[in-house]
Design a protein around this ligand. Structure first.
Ligand code: INI
Length: 164
């Protein structure tokens, strides 16, 4: 990952997820990758002091179904943020573009419509090697870990601006 692809560590806030309720929506398609992303989320949960009972998991068939599940969960008002995990890996057909595009659009629509942070952890890669490189184990780069941090940051931001 190039340094220009993320904000400098100097500007990243101190994050504490104590008491926050999070949901993770995870696609079964390419689950050799999405399980690795989920591992990243669980590692980050420990770092951020998010209790196991405050982290709900919901599985769906693939990235295309993620926005519906995220909307249903976000509208329940039972969580402070939703993290969406999927892996769309380019194949021979244009199906890839449709699934990846609709998943991304749907996820953004949900967070703007419902007003709950919904975090985009759907990998869209050319091949399996790239997907593996974005879902590494402890100490390596893992988009799932990044997404839970983003979820906490956005949930805290929302809480700050929602106070009377
Ligand atoms: N779903 C994915 O999560 N990743 C993919 O790479 C993928 N491809 O390539 O087809 C995929 N397709 C399934 C899709 O998400 C839906 O589950 C299916 O179309 C039923 O609605």
């Amino acid at each position: 990952m190039g340094v220009n692809q993320r904000a400098s560590d100097a500007t990243a806030p101190e994050l504490d997820g104590t008491g926050l309720k999070m949901a993770v929506v995870c696609g079964r398609f390419n689950d050799s990758i999405t399980l690795r992303l989920l591992d990243g989320v669980l590692r980050a949960a420990q770092d951020l002091s998010i209790a196991a009972e405050d982290l709900t998991r919901e599985w769906v068939p693939g990235a295309f179904e993620i926005p519906f599940a995220a909307k249903t969960i976000a509208e329940s008002t039972k969580v402070d943020a939703v993290v969406c995990l999927g892996a769309v890996i380019r194949g021979e057909t244009t199906h890839y573009e449709v699934v990846a595009g609709e998943s991304a659009r749907g996820i953004q629509d949900v967070q703007l419509e419902v007003g709950v942070p919904v975090i985009f952890g759907v990998l869209t890669t050319e091949n399996m090697a790239q997907a593996l490189a974005r879902s590494e184990g402890e100490g390596g780069f893992n988009v799932g870990e990044e997404c839970l941090r983003t979820a906490v940051e956005m949930a805290v931001l929302k809480a700050r601006w929602s106070q009377g």
